[in-house]
Design a protein around this ligand. Sequence first.
Ligand code: AMP
Length: 175
Amino acid sequence: MNLKDTIRTIPDFPKKGIMFRDITTLMTNPKGFTEAVKQLAAPYKNTQIDNVVGIEARGFIFGAALAVELGAGFVPVRKKGKLPFDTYEQDYDLEYGTDTLELHADAVRGQERILLIDDLIATGGTAEAAVKLLRKAGGNVIAAAFVIDLPDLGGRQRIEAMGVPVTTLVEFDGH
Ligand code: AMP
């Protein structure tokens, strides 16, 4: 099946000029969701992955399923103020202003092998902040996986420049 055909594009959401790649249509397609999780897991089937780390919020959906598929644990990286225990924080730049990601201080305990996941990589700013956050906590990020890559925005290169290999399933041109 062609996963790309199951992803809906909404022009000018959440603001003019953005082509929003909507994965809810992939998720409600049972074959599409299963296929996406299988394809995300495939490169890591013969690699030890201890924890899958998902980025709020759409990274939770694929990350939880991927963790089960790989027999790994799941760790959430959340927006500031949502996690109840002690946290590490990492700021990152948005188009206007900054935002902060948080990770529970005891979520990474040592040299676990971590696979980072989100639905989409655009500029790579969010994933870069998540890698920095995991490294602050002592984590060993062995790879990052995304359902969608927007290659024109250079996110993959940004993450690979940090020494983290990237795998993606489908690409869309432009923003
Ligand atoms: P970035 O930090 O620029 O790589 O942006 C990635 C984050 O923003 C991911 O969590 C995506 O879910 C979201 N995002 C960025 N661009 C889009 C887009 N065109 N369609 C859907 N989500 C997007």
